[in-house]
Design a protein around this ligand. Structure first.
Ligand code: ATP
Length: 138
């Protein structure tokens, strides 16, 4: 089967670089699937779970923060603020992040602080969702 080049870049690291057969990314208006030879485009990425099929039938899930995907000539680049595999998620830290953000949401905040807290809460909930889905195998 054909593949495409995939590079996933988070703020602090190159998370993945290699070939991919099929990629599903969370976009603001739902999931988008990317197969080889997809037309060139730029897609916004929302906080959510991306799935990539690197080997046939073997899917890897990744908790991603916001960013965008660029598709040019069968090469896909994902630029996201954060990216974590389920096994790398520190559940306790994510619970603390969620509690901290929920507490901040109850406080008076500037608009800028509010958006920052809301984004932090979304990342924490997303990490918990991926880590707990794996734990309970659902
Ligand atoms: P906050 O969301 O409250 O600002 P933070 O600054 O600790 O928390 P992020 O800015 O979302 O977290 O991420 C910073 C770095 O830490 C990124 O590399 C991210 O992948 C990693 N990271 C954050 N939270 C976790 C977690 N619960 N488990 C594993 N890695 C995490």
């Amino acid at each position: 089967m054909e593949t495409f080049g995939l590079k996933i870049i988070a703020s602090d690291k190159v998370f993945y670089e290699g070939r991919c057969r099929n990629l599903v990314i969370p976009a603001p208006d739902g999931e988008k699937g990317i197969l080889p030879n997809h037309e060139n485009m730029v897609i916004a990425i929302a906080v959510g779970i991306a799935r990539m099929e690197v080997e046939e039938g073997k899917w890897t899930e990744v908790a991603v923060g916001t960013g965008f995907a660029e598709i040019v000539n069968n090469r896909v680049t994902l630029l996201v603020d954060t990216a974590e595999r389920p096994e790398d998620i520190d559940v306790r830290r994510a619970e603390e992040q969620r509690e901290r953000a929920e507490e901040q949401m109850r406080q008076k905040q500037s608009i800028q602080e509010y958006y920052h807290t809301r984004a932090s809460l979304a990342r924490a909930m997303n990490r918990l969702r991926l880590a707990q889905d794996k734990k309970w195998n659902i």
